[in-house]
Design a binder for this molecule. Sequence first.
Ligand code: ADP
Length: 294
Amino acid sequence: RVLVVGSVNADVTVRAPRIPTPGETVLGEEAHVSPGGKGANQAVAAALAGATVSLCGGVGQDTFRDPALAGLKRAGVGLTHLHTLDAPIGLALITVAAGGENAITVASGANARVTPAHLPADLTGFTHLLLQGELPLEVTRDAARRARAAGLTVLHNAAPARAPDPDLLAHTHHLIVNEHELAAFGGGEAAPEAQASALLARGPRAVTVTLGARGSLTVTPDATYHLPAFPVTPVDTTGAGDTFCGVLTAWLAAGQPLPEALGAAGVAAALACTRPGAQDAMPDRGAIAAALAS
Ligand code: ADP
């Protein structure tokens, strides 16, 4: 069983001719509201891949609650540790320009009100904990520390990019970063493989760097795995990293060896690039199995 401790947002997206400059108003098309937040996205990806998943976090009691929770409910994610707090639900306000570039403002809302007291008192029954960087650091750090003490495997997707917290890193078994996030870890100009290897000395027993259309790289003390990307024609890469993390965790929780889990995560993340949206684009276990067999 997988516990995800992370963020829940509603994403409000508007396509516009361009990103407004400071002080400017730009007229766009109609807004689309879709479920998001890295915690919710990764919980959905893991559940669709077949894992039994619970999400711990905070939401508000406002008009964006139902659209934010729709994907979690559809995927069967357990919500008994999702707390309704006295704050509006997290919102990501996304402007997508005609050229495809975007500008995002996140209103953390209820996500920022989550405290260590909201973590499950009893971790019995959970085998894997999956964390990201969108909740207050003290919550993420406490979750990692408690999970480690309870014998869970701790996976941590250090997104969005920021300098690492040494304590959190020390309690992480498997760190997952993209190239941008890896750079925030301060490895300088060294090659990704060397930077990832150096991080092994700071706590994790595995470090994965996702490389977009170039696949992924994973180092452990015993081996290095270079996995090419599964070839697809990408339509929208939103949620690729979240799909990768969720499916990797689901496969490890199912007892699969690391190379197989990395392969499934890469295939699932590629499939998520072939459809627009984040949670709406994520493949289920049947689609992952079919692509793996192709
Ligand atoms: P993020 O979404 O966090 O920026 P990446 O861009 O590294 O992370 O993508 C995460 C994973 O998604 C990659 O490791 C790869 O497996 C898959 N992926 C991303 N872009 C593509 C692509 N164009 N084609 C195939 N797979 C992709």
